[in-house]
Structure formats: C-alpha cells, structure tokens
Design a protein. Sequence first.
Length: 222
Amino acid sequence: MLTLFDTSYSLGVVPNSWKTALVHPITKKGDGSDPSNYRPIAITSLFYKVMESIINCLLVRYLEDHQLISDRQYSFRRGRSAGDLLGYLTHRRAEAVESKGEELAVTLDIAKAFDRVWHKALLSKLPSCGLPDKSCNWIASIPADRSIKVVVDGACSDYKSINAGIPQGCVISPTLFLLHNNDMFQTSNIHCYADDSTGDALYTGRANISQESIAEYRKKLV
C-alpha cells in the first residue's frame, strides 16, 4: 500500500478505479418520488479513503499552521462547532440590545453546496496557498474524469461522468469546500458554518436616543 500511495502521489495521479463512486441516495425530506429530495452519498474505494485521509491530515495541518482558512469559518475544524458560532452571534446581538441599539443580520444557505463546487475555481486556489506541486497535482486529479453509478435496492445504473462538484462522503471533500469558499471572507462581518453564512451589522445606542438618530443608524446598517 505504501508503494502504491507513494507512486500515486509522486505522479500526481489518482487511479481511475478510485474515482468511480457508488452513489446511494438517502431521503432527506418530503416526497420520496422527487429526486431533488435525496442526498447522494458516494461510496468510494477503501484504498482511496485511506490515502485521502493521509493527504487531508497533512493539508489541514498546513492550512491551519499558515492561517490560510479564515478565522470566521467554524465548520470541519478541530475545536470548533456550530455552538461556538451561535454563541458569538448571540453575544453580538446582546451587545446591541443591552445598549439600546440594534443589530441587522442576513443569513444565506447554498443549496446542494458540495455539488456546486466549480472545479476550475477550486484548482486555481491551490498554488496560491503555497502547496507543493505534487500536492496540487494530486488534488487536481481528484475531480478529473470522475464517474458514478447509482445503486438502489441492489440495482445499479449505467456509469455517468461528473464534471462539477466534490463527492459527498469523501474525507478530503470538506477541506476542499473550505478552500473553495474561503474568499467569501474578504467581505467583513460574514461568519460561516460550512455553506451556512451570516452577515451582520450593529450599532450600540444610549438612553433617550432620538428617532432621527435611530433612522440614520438604521440606514447605515442597511
């Protein structure tokens, strides 16, 4: 296995047999006859899972050590949780309310987020992170020439080529998603948990604040 992994990494090539996934659709909600109500879970090669776990561990360590993932991203990171983000936003809201001010927040969610990752944009960000060429080449090989077969009750569909998105159920996919989404934080006051993001602004008030001042503050918030 070590020889196989070393050869794959040195050549910057993920074997094609590792890039064929068996997709099991899991019902999320609603009408089971509507395909859009299913979450596709991709089952990939065990060899691939072992190797991508090794690569992902090194990649995450590199990104964290060099502070390349925004501090305002709370998901898929050691020692962070949705509760941390919720606590911070609650603190921001309380800060405004207790001072007789106000907070304005906008929440966003990307539908089918992993399916919408644009390969070209993702791969263009790898060299800018300072990753070694071999790492860039190996990761670039992951989304190339992927294919899937859908499995339902033991019956398989024909192969279908995939030219966008990153597969659900792969170890390295969350890290790649964070990289793909990271430039969102160039906008100030946006905080994210994976693809769920909240942008907020607030003003701190005072007792007996005038209606004219409130109207002006609100205009600035918007």
